[in-house]
Design a protein around this ligand. Structure first.
Ligand code: WTA
Length: 635
């Protein structure tokens, strides 16, 4: 039996039990046998959830790119590491071997060094899904710079907020991006963002769309000529196990985005281990995750996890509906994809289209199907299982978070019997707990509560960049000595977990986490708006959509409400990005508030869900009369 690669249910239970009984030797064995270290650790784990402080493999030295690239060169140098599938299907796919990846990453790393980037510096990456997104990440890791990738759908304001929060000194971007039939002026967005980012010294620009863009002298440089001149070999920077690897921003229920900081060794071990088991990757398989590398799923399961296992990973630039709704299936057939990992929102969107799109393609290469990012509804699960997997490929419904670094609760394919909508069992090393409203752990099965994790795992984020206090308050203060996920879950009779959704003010729209507060802040900047409140409501493709209740400063506002709705969405697009636009905007004279002035979102949520029969006791509200008026005008 190997701890590293679980092959059946009995092994799973054995390995799981061991991981709980003796987590330190469990993870130490995996770390020792499957990775290259420049110096062994002094201590496997040190932790304290009240400060909170967690250290894995302290004293060890390594470089994650040596593990993801260099060590494969001897045996897999010519194996394809990355398949790049462009937006336009008539553009040729690129197959980048491990040897070529090594050269590309080294050259890029040397360019970064020539530009003055040093170990510990923060580099912001704002790129579309092109090979340079992967190579820039790896180039940073090679020289010990901390990458912070910002999803290229975020606006200039969102980009500058992130750059300023972690004080990046460089941005890597492209002239533009292709998405379906659209071309987006990424460099224009960067230029706008950089008007308010004093720390940025240089910008590297990848040529992709060949759009005519502005290059600011001294600051901006085309990447390719620098790569051409750079040495194709670059020694690794020796990193300590707990040196930061990257910062990735995620929405919180309040205030500015949280820069989740991940460190080197634990994250590497955890993403590699979970990739191997959850996808049952075997040498020669072709694996495809459709996420954008701008989100954690892309970091862990397009780049680091697959490459640490010497896998072949697909990087897809485009969208599921271009040139038509058969694009995903076309790519699976073309590259003979074995493991396919996507989001429920994509499945729901594709399930609405003619089945011919799926049936006209040979999908027989598929062995494992995965989902991530939000609960998958039963209907979508069955559609995926019946039509894509032809009931032959197990579905792994993987629950995890930006904060957890890697998959936490998931079936192991061909091992864990699956049930639609259940993420099933915790992976080895993961110790979940369900908590009741009094802060007590609920033991036993057939119970539901708030999902916590009660023991550290190597992939967990170590802090919020620059704000350890917020890290402690957000994740470690609700329940004593436990990491609180923000999700609700139930545990069934056999111990399977089903995630029921967020219990805080984060709303997941099309798999993207959106905090209500930043959206409300954006809306409130509109000169006509006095106050606003956002809630989620069910949407058949996006999972949730956003419903905004808006109070105008002057009730006799002369402009048409339709125009105001457009302007409000425009402001949201400028401050955050189009992903945060509202589907419904209701203008109202008031919002239900408690006597202490807190908005009663529970009531607004019920109205948006059209569940107004049972609103509970509203007599304690400051302004109960407003509730009926909101119900009468609900959209
Ligand atoms: C939700 C994405 C149900 C959950 C990797 C979590 C899920 C949030 C699932 C994290 C799943 C993720 N079933 N809900 N399989 N996977 N979630 O940080 O609410 O973008 O807290 O990380 O997505 O989203 P994030």
């Amino acid at each position: 039996m190997s701890n590293y690669h679980i092959k059946n249910l009995e092994e799973y239970y054995q390995v799981y039990r061991k991981s709980v009984r003796d987590p330190e030797s469990f993870w130490a064995e995996i770390a020792e046998e499957h990775f290259v270290w420049r110096k062994p650790w002094d201590k496997v784990l040190e932790w304290n959830f009240s400060t909170p402080e967690v250290k894995w493999f302290e004293g060890a030295q390594l470089n994650i790119t040596e593990n993801c690239i260099d060590r494969h060169l001897a045996t897999k140098g010519d194996k394809t590491a990355i398949i790049f599938e462009p937006n336009d299907p008539s553009e040729k796919a690129q197959h980048i071997s491990y040897k070529e990846l090594h050269e590309k990453v080294c050259a890029f790393a040397n360019v970064l060094k020539d530009q003055g980037v040093k170990k510990g510096d923060r580099v912001c990456i704002y790129l579309p899904m092109i090979p340079e997104l992967a190579t820039s990440i790896l180039a940073c890791a090679r020289i010990g710079a901390i990458h912070t990738v910002v999803f290229a759908g975020f606006s200039a304001t969102a980009l500058s907020t992130r750059i300023n929060d972690c004080e990046c000194n460089m941005v890597i971007t492209s002239d533009g991006s292709f998405r379906g039939t659209k071309t987006i002026d990424l460099k224009g967005i960067v230029d706008e963002a950089l008007e308010s980012t004093p720390t940025i010294k240089s910008v590297l620009v990848v040529k992709r769309t060949k759009a005519d863009i502005n290059m600011k002298s001294v600051r901006d440089h085309w990447l390719q000529p620098l790569l051409d001149k750079a040495d194709k070999d670059c020694p690794i920077e020796i990193m300590d196990a707990e040196d930061p690897l990257f910062i990735l921003y995620t929405s919180g229920s309040t205030g500015k985005p949280k820069g989740m900081m991940h460190t080197t060794a634990g994250y590497m071990v955890y993403t590699a281990y979970t990739f191997k088991n959850v996808f049952q990757y075997k040498n020669g398989d072709v694996y495809w995750c459709t996420a954008d590398i701008g989100w954690v799923t892309g970091h862990s399961y397009i780049v680091y996890g697959p490459l640490a296992n010497g896998a072949t990973t697909i990087l897809f630039e485009g969208v599921p509906n271009h040139p038509d709704f058969g694009r995903f299936w076309d790519i699976i057939e073309k590259h003979k994809v074995n493991q396919f990992y996507t989001a429920p929102t994509a499945i729901r969107a594709l399930a609405k289209e003619k089945l011919d799109y799926v049936e006209n393609h040979d999908l027989s290469s598929l062995k494992v199907l995965g989902t991530v990012g939000e609960p998958i509804n039963e209907e979508a699960w069955h559609w995926y299982n019946d039509n894509v997997g032809k009931k032959m490929s197990p579905i792994v419904d993987t629950w995890w978070q930006t904060e957890t670094g890697g998959i936490m609760i998931s079936p192991i394919p061909y091992t864990t019997p699956t049930i639609p909508t259940y993420a099933t069992l915790p992976l080895p090393g993961v110790q979940p707990a369900l908590m009741d409203e009094h802060g007590k752990e609920i033991k036993g099965n057939q119970v539901d509560g708030r999902l916590c994790i009660k023991f550290p795992w190597p992939g967990m984020a170590r802090t919020i960049w620059g704000d350890h206090k917020r890290y402690k308050e957000t994740y470690f203060s609700t329940y004593e000595n436990k990491y609180f996920t923000g999700d609700g879950a139930l545990r069934d009779t056999v111990g399977y977990y089903r995630i029921t959704g967020r219990v805080d003010d984060v709303i997941i729209v099309s798999g993207h986490n959106l905090g209500t507060a930043p959206i409300e802040d954006a809306i409130n900047e509109h000169p006509a708006v006095a106050e606003s409140a956002i809630v989620g409501f069910p949407h058949d493709v996006k999972g949730n959509a956003l419903y905004g209740y808006v109070i105008l400063k002057e009730t006799g506002e002369s402009r048409l409400h339709e125009n105001l709705r457009k302007e409000i969405n425009q402001i949201i697009t400028e401050h955050i990005g189009p992903i945060a636009k509202l589907d419904k905007i209701q203008f109202t004279v008031g919002l239900p508030k408690t006597r202490s002035g807190k908005i009663m979102r529970r009531i607004l949520r019920k109205i948006a869900h059209k569940e107004t029969d049972n609103l509970g006791d509203i007599s304690t509200l400051l302004n109960p009369e407003v509730v009926q008026e909101i119900i009468d005008n609900a959209l």
